[in-house]
Design a protein around this ligand. Structure first.
Ligand SMILES: [Zn+2]
Length: 166
């Protein structure tokens, strides 16, 4: 049995026996779903490299399915799908904390003002970010038409940070 340490969340996991003593190929961390390529020779780990562009690491929220989907989309170069899912995750988390307001930026501000959940710098950042702060201001305007890969990455970073603070 070979222990492999995840390069994203640092957790150790045992490889399934079905892989055999010598294996080379993909491996997904059962804890955080980060994808790796590994190589084992006679039950020794020979190589282990992280393949994903973005990894979540440890998540504190109980229902992480939306976040996992957002990260999977980003890793597959589907930036718009990633932002849609991270907004959904954030909005669901806000609503589960009892946030008031109909727009995401209002909900984030409400949680900050009433429950002191986020620090001021991150609230300012979130509400100034067009992807969190302004979307939906006009009907059918999701602000995703000219989304860059870098913007999607920042939205993921910020979204995951805020969710972990709740
Ligand atoms: Zn992991």
């Amino acid at each position: 049995m070979v222990d492999v340490q995840c390069q994203a969340c640092t957790q150790f996991s045992k490889l399934p026996d079905s892989l055999g003593a010598t294996y080379e190929g993909p491996w997904m961390c059962p804890n955080c779903n980060a994808r790796h390529r590994i190589k084992t020779v006679c039950n020794y780990l020979n190589a282990n490299s992280l393949e994903d562009r973005f990894t979540i690491g440890q998540l504190k929220c109980s229902d992480a399915s939306d976040i996992r989907e957002a990260v999977a989309a980003y890793n597959a170069f589907a930036s718009r799908a990633a932002v849609v899912m991270v907004r959904r995750a954030l909005q669901r988390a806000c609503i589960s904390k009892g946030a008031k307001g109909s727009k995401l930026c209002e909900q984030i501000e409400d949680l900050h003002n009433r429950l002191k959940i986020f620090d001021t710098a991150h609230v300012a950042l979130a509400t100034a970010t067009r992807l969190f702060g302004n979307f939906g201001a006009h009907p059918n305007d999701d602000l995703l038409d000219d989304l860059s890969d870098e913007e999607a990455r920042r939205a993921l970073d910020l979204g995951i940070y805020l969710i972990n603070k709740m």
